[in-house]
Design a binder for this molecule. Structure first.
Ligand code: GLN
Length: 325
């Protein structure tokens, strides 16, 4: 049995109604600005690789990308420096630790680009010779092009809050410098600053779902067809999102949901269904790993009903529905 896009959207709207009643979890409090958000906000957006879109709930509500920007930072570092150079400075193993744990792998490198240390490392490899403004613009340009939207902005209050309470990220930076992990001549403060700025970029689920669909579409915007990342770069990003994208829940996520995804402590998650679509969910209450509780629940319900898990195909599940074949 297969489903058309309209029926799929109908099911998303049903899930949305059901999960509004779920009030468990806690809003992130590690920086003052994030504590202030309205915990009731909830939105789901989807964009297919052929450009069909649907949203339900607070899909215009803006939230900061936080860790959701990490795949984009990694992709930009790869495009500019190539795979082998990037991985001289960052590994690709799950760390098995918290996203901001003060730890490096046996070679003195961050475990992977999806945790803080690794994302700070990606920042050190973006537009190395450019001034801070051009580096930041370079990240924004990629996001604007991938989403075909100018509705991506910068939240200065979050940035200041982030920078003023960043002892752990500074510690990670110095720890990596002590281990000579950075490329030669890296300016640590500029690098950290770029990381704080990138975390403070704001968007809504409608825009984020198009970015996710861009990843599903081999790095090209699904609305304009313009290539932003090479297919090879996109594949590498998706591989690490699959194994390391959901904090310390990544193994369980890969097992039970079976799709590449990235979450952020602001309460957003985006999920990539390769060659099919991107889904973005926002709800600020988090579980103990830092993942949005309702967003995880949305994904569980989708995978229960549709043939979405990476390995569902080998089961030829008679009770699951195929997505718009
Ligand atoms: N800006 C956050 C930090 O560096 C990112 C956290 C996250 O979303 N996991 O701690």
């Amino acid at each position: 049995m297969s489903v058309n896009f309209k029926d799929f959207c109908g099911y998303l709207a049903e899930i949305y109604q059901d999960l509004q009643l779920n009030k468990s979890g806690k809003v992130a409090s590690y920086i003052p600005e994030l504590k202030k958000v309205n915990p009731e906000q909830f939105a789901i957006s989807v964009c297919t690789t052929d450009g069909q879109q649907f949203s339900v709930g607070d899909y215009k509500a803006r939230f900061c990308m936080q860790s959701m920007v990490k795949p984009v930072l990694y992709a930009l570092a790869l495009e500019e420096n190539g795979l082998s150079h990037v991985h001289k400075h960052v590994g690709r193993e799950p760390s098995g630790k918290n996203f901001n744990e003060l730890t490096l792998n046996d070679e003195g490198l961050p475990h992977n680009p999806m945790i803080n240390a690794g994302a700070i490392m990606s920042c050190s490899m973006i537009k190395r010779k450019a001034n801070p403004a051009s580096k930041f613009n370079h990240i924004m340009k990629a996001l604007h092009e991938l989403s075909n939207s100018q509705k991506i902005t910068f939240n200065n209050a979050v940035y200041n809050s982030e920078k003023d309470t960043a002892d752990r990220n500074y510690a990670l930076g110095y720890f990596m410098r002590e281990h000579h992990a950075f490329p030669k001549n890296t300016d640590l403060h500029q690098t950290l600053n770029l990381y704080f700025q990138a975390c403070s970029i704001e968007l809504n689920t409608e825009v984020l779902s198009v970015i996710a669909a861009g990843f599903a579409n081999a790095g090209s915007c699904p609305l304009t067809r313009r290539e932003v990342f090479k297919p090879e770069t996109t594949k590498n990003c998706l591989s690490l999102m699959y194994s390391c994208g959901m904090y310390d829940y990544s193994g369980e996520w890969a097992f039970s949901i079976g799709l590449p995804a990235k979450s952020g402590v602001s309460g957003g998650i985006y999920v990539v269904v390769p060659d099919r679509m991107g889904i973005a969910i926002y709800s600020p209450r988090l579980d103990k790993h830092g993942n949005s509780l309702r967003a995880i629940e949305v994904c569980k319900r989708l995978v229960e009903k549709y043939n979405l898990h990476n390995y569902d195909s080998i089961l030829r599940c008679p009770n699951k529905i195929n997505l718009f074949p």
